[in-house]
Design a protein around this ligand. Structure first.
Ligand SMILES: [Ca+2]
Length: 273
């Protein structure tokens, strides 16, 4: 079954998986077999309808802060098809405060996809944005979160990489460290996840994997999201980043997970190695 799931003859075996497996193994197989937008729509649905607020926030964060605008649109389509509801309305209704505003903008604002100015103009613009972030954070008492939300949900990944570089050049501080200091709780995690994902996606997922494998309790859901769900996207790059930081992904997974779930993870990793 692992073999069939990894090599991908989808439809016919989803029903079989649902009736014959359970637990993390089942979740992992389904994450592999179901089309990505449907799988992500199911995660979002759980995040707006579950009971535990911290778990709900973490699930919403893992999808909303780590998908491209095009992917989020496809997820909203799958969500409408499967649940007959509007994903934006449901997400906005399920969260609150600045986190709700962040999620709402991630789902509704068209991010600039690439910089369309000349390189020199981009540098000036990156500097202006870096200054705005400095004014909204380190330079004032408290933090103007709205400015951070706005810039991080609007600018292109290229522009944001330039903003991070200019911020460090101007103020000698890493913008991630600044956000770590200015924000707290779940919103801090949202902003850091989003920033890392925008700047360097494979690295962001490698960090999630390392945390999931080195915690007191191995976090299987995170491994599903950061390994299995990335198989056809960037798992190879994620593995390279992970191993450049030390350790072998295959060996670490082998020593930290168990049973059929471990076999599945190892087969997925082997398929891109
Ligand atoms: Ca401040």
């Amino acid at each position: 079954m692992v073999e069939a799931a990894v090599t991908g003859c989808r439809r016919d075996i989803i029903g079989l998986v649902k009736s014959r497996t359970r637990g993390d193994f089942q979740k992992g197989l389904l994450a592999l077999l179901e089309p990505a937008p449907i799988r992500d729509a199911e995660w979002i649905h759980k995040s707006v309808s579950g009971f535990n607020l911290l778990t709900r926030k973490a699930m919403a964060r893992e999808v909303l802060c780590t998908r491209t605008p095009a992917e989020l649109r496809a997820i909203a389509g799958a969500y409408r098809f499967r649940y007959r509801g509007d994903m934006v309305d449901d997400v906005v209704g399920a969260f609150f405060g600045k986190e709700r505003e962040l999620f709402r903008r991630l789902l509704t604002v068209d991010r600039v996809l690439q910089a369309d100015h000349a390189a020199a103009a981009d540098r000036d613009r990156a500097r202006t944005l870096a200054q705005a972030l400095y004014e909204a954070g380190p330079a004032r008492w408290g933090t103007d979160e709205g400015t951070y939300i706005q810039i991080l949900t609007t600018e292109s990944p290229d522009a944001l990489r330039a903003v991070f570089r200019e911020f460090e050049a101007l103020y000698g501080q890493n913008l991630l460290a600044v956000m770590d200091k200015e924000f707290s709780g779940s919103f801090e995690k949202d902003m850091l996840t989003l920033s890392k994902f925008l700047i360097d996606p494979p690295r962001a997922f490698a960090d999630i994997i390392r945390k999931a494998l080195t915690g007191v309790r191995t976090d299987e859901e995170d491994l599903i999201r950061a390994i299995i769900a990335r198989k056809d996207i960037d798992l190879r790059e994620i593995m390279e980043v992970y191993e450049a930081q030390g350790g072998s992904l295959m060996e670490d997974v082998e020593s930290k997970t168990r049973g059929e779930f471990r076999s599945l993870l190892m087969a997925v990793i082997a398929s891109v190695a």
